[in-house]
Design a protein around this ligand. Structure first.
Ligand code: ADP
Ligand code: ADP
Length: 222
């Protein structure tokens, strides 16, 4: 279970998160929706321990992750959280197989095991004929599936995704969403997804509506 309590984040004078409380149960698909500038990406980055709030706490199964020292935090993140972020791109000079294996290698996994697991995941994603290709040689939909495979390689309990289907056409979007629900069902993974996609949000277990740095009821007027 992930708990973020009373999260306040400022950039200069701008209070971007104004005391956000959120609890996310295991094995849930939670969508974060709301207008641009509402603070969705900032909240996701704080939940993902990539950014620190000015005040508030973030715990994973009771572990206060904001108190972990940098090295421990990096280890915790690599082991427990998979990221599918737009700015978190594939490394262009590495093959797909290498891109997917890298988080496992960073986590101390043996090379043979890391590549075996990466190949299995790419096969699962229907990309077994793309192992030796580099990112530039793949379509947007294929690259996005590789990014998901990379996020999964360490079998993290939690996957955080920021507009994962933003650059995809309808068919690829539906494929990606189906994949998330399959993974949730098969691996009991928790997904927290920032999205503008109404079909994805509508099918998720829970929708968090954000506006102006707060989580609000969907029909509240500000
Ligand atoms: P959303 O994801 O809902 O579009 P963001 O979390 O990206 O919202 O941004 C919320 C607000 O915080 C916006 O006004 C944005 O410009 C501002 N912001 C986000 N990151 C930074 C930053 N690193 N420095 C300054 N302002 C930022
Ligand atoms: P998204 O499209 O997911 O809302 P953004 O384009 O808002 O993402 O933000 C992408 C990155 O830029 C994030 O790391 C965010 O923190 C940073 N960022 C967003 N707004 C600003 C800003 N006004 N100043 C500096 N960095 C920002």
């Amino acid at each position: 279970m992930i708990e973020a309590k009373n999260i306040i984040k400022r950039y200069g004078n701008l209070e971007v998160l104004k005391g956000v409380d959120v609890t996310i149960g295991d094995g849930m698909i939670v969508s974060i929706v709301g207008p641009s500038g509402a603070g969705k990406t900032t909240l996701l980055q704080i939940i993902g321990t990539l950014d620190k709030p000015d005040s508030g706490t973030v715990t994973y199964d009771g572990v206060d992750v904001l108190r972990l020292k940098d090295k421990r935090l990096a280890q915790f993140r690599n082991k427990n959280i998979g990221f599918v972020f737009q700015f978190h791109q594939l490394l262009p000079e590495f093959t797909m197989l290498e891109n997917v294996a890298i988080p496992a290698l960073i986590g101390g996994c043996k090379q043979s095991q890391a590549f075996k697991r990466a190949a299995e995941l790419l096969d699962y994603m229907g990309l077994s004929d793309r192992l030796e290709h580099k990112p530039a040689e793949l379509s947007g939909g294929e690259r996005q599936r590789v990014a998901v495979a990379r996020a999964l390689v360490n079998k993290p309990a939690v996957i955080l995704a920021d507009e994962p289907s933003g650059s995809l056409d309808t068919a690829n979007k539906q494929e990606l969403h189906k994949l998330f629900f399959t993974l949730r069902d098969e691996m009991k993974q928790t997904f927290v997804i920032v999205t503008h996609d109404e079909s994805l949000a509508g099918n998720s277990d829970r929708i968090l509506h954000m506006r102006d740095g707060m989580i609000v009821e969907p029909d509240s007027v500000i």
